[in-house]
Ligand binder design. Structure first.
Ligand code: TRP
Length: 397
């Protein structure tokens, strides 16, 4: 019998940081080694998904290749016969299937996707920055009041008016952001459903943020199977089963070194809080040394009260491949944050040094050859599913 398919997307348009490496890339590589031989693994690059929001297009091609190189540097065995790596854009069936599936997906369903709403929105920070500009240009009296008037005067005379103005501004900004978001962003989940259904994948290891998309994929697959009275699509397993089987990524959320309440994110937003995988290892160690901690004075694994220290403990366990409990036992109750930071800084430095050395061994040509070979094989699989669906909907006899 054919092996069951595990399918997942490897991001292509952004550079990776330590949080991506420890939370997604490393677990994925571990999964590959554990399951090799028992399952077919489709690790594809959703490069068509990467410009649903604006990007620098001149970088996309090389970024795609570099991200695959990085998976290889991290230990992914892409030459294993059960592992396929391919670009979505090179298999036209993805786009064609998206159109067909889109005609069996409701606007209402897509409207309920929270990720789309989040991505279509502007951040509060962006909105309020523009608001202050607006005040300065159009309402100098208010602007002055905000900066200069005493608290009581402000409360009495201005607070209500300025707050009302801000609320209206906020609402109008969000409406505009929504109007200007791309149609591609809106239909993103349909393309994702095509990615999954074309290859009959039962297992889709993704983070919580993708849950709705996986559920939508199931709904559309079941709907079309019923409508056309045949098993057109393999329906991916329910979310709970996915979690049980793989449980990937859940719980591992590396936080910013500067604002440990927040996730580590792209360096432009938070350069001192983020370690990019391309950072100079010594610089990365320095970022760890100046990480925000707390004034408790004792090391404890406690996300609520000591997020900064806890983040460091987590990074240490993951970079050293140790159980979190073991690391917590070793460090818990000690009072030198400096020593902990040194241990984490060393470990992160080693991790980057190794990864960067491995990376320089993987060439663009190697990756391009692997991609081209797998794209040829996977096209055949995708086209077979597409033809079946084209027959069912009446496009072929
Ligand atoms: N949406 C996924 C993410 O942001 C990437 C992705 C696209 C994907 N198509 C997919 C993941 C299909 C799994 C299966 O992480």
């Amino acid at each position: 019998m054919d092996k069951e398919v595990i399918l997942t997307g490897l991001r292509s348009n952004a550079e990776f940081h330590l949080g991506n490496y420890l939370g997604a890339i490393k677990p994925m590589v571990r999964l590959q080694h554990e399951l090799k031989g028992q399952y077919q693994l489709n690790m594809f690059v959703p490069d068509l998904h990467s410009f649903t929001t604006p990007i620098d297009h001149s970088k996309l091609y090389q970024q795609t290749i570099d991200n695959v190189r990085l998976y290889m540097a991290a230990g992914m065995d892409i030459n294993h016969t059960d592992t396929y790596v391919y670009r979505q854009s090179r298999i036209p069936a993805h786009s064609e299937m998206t159109w067909i599936l889109g005609c069996f997906t409701n606007m209402g369903e897509l409207n309920r996707m929270t990720q789309y709403k989040e991505k279509a929105q502007k951040s509060d920070k962006e909105i309020s920055e523009l608001f202050f500009q607006l005040l300065e240009e159009k309402y100098p009296e208010y602007h002055k009041a905000l900066h200069e008037s005493s608290d009581t005067e402000y409360e009495k005379t201005y607070k209500k008016q300025i707050s009302e103005l801000y609320l209206r501004w906020h609402e109008a900004s969000q409406e505009l952001a929504y109007e200007q978001s791309s149609a591609g962003l809106f239909i993103y989940p349909v393309l994702m459903a095509a990615d999954i259904l074309l290859y009959n994948a039962k297992w889709v290891p993704v983070g919580d943020d993708q849950r709705q998309h996986v559920e939508l994929t199931r709904d559309v697959a079941i709907r079309m199977n019923n409508k056309f009275n045949q098993e057109l699509f393999t329906v991916p397993h329910e979310w709970n089963k996915q979690l049980e089987f793989i449980g990937i990524d859940n719980g591992v959320r590396i936080r910013s070194l500067r604002n440990p309440e927040k996730k580590m994110s792209k360096s432009i937003d938070d350069p001192a809080g983020t370690i990019m995988l391309s950072d100079n290892p010594d610089e990365a160690a320095k970022k760890i040394m100046s990480a925000t901690t707390d004034s408790v004075g004792k090391i404890n694994y406690d996300w609520d009260k000591q997020a900064g220290v806890t983040n460091l403990l987590q990074i240490l366990a993951l970079t050293e491949d140790k159980d979190q409990d073991e690391v917590n036992k070793q460090w818990g109750g000690q009072d030198s944050y400096g020593q902990l930071k040194e241990a984490v800084a060393d470990s992160v430095k080693m991790t980057l040094q190794n990864l960067q050395a491995q990376l320089s061994d993987v060439t663009t040509t190697q990756v391009e050859e692997k991609l081209a070979a797998d794209e040829a094989k996977m096209s055949a699989v995708a086209n077979a599913t597409l033809e079946k669906v084209q027959k069912a909907v009446g496009l072929r006899s």
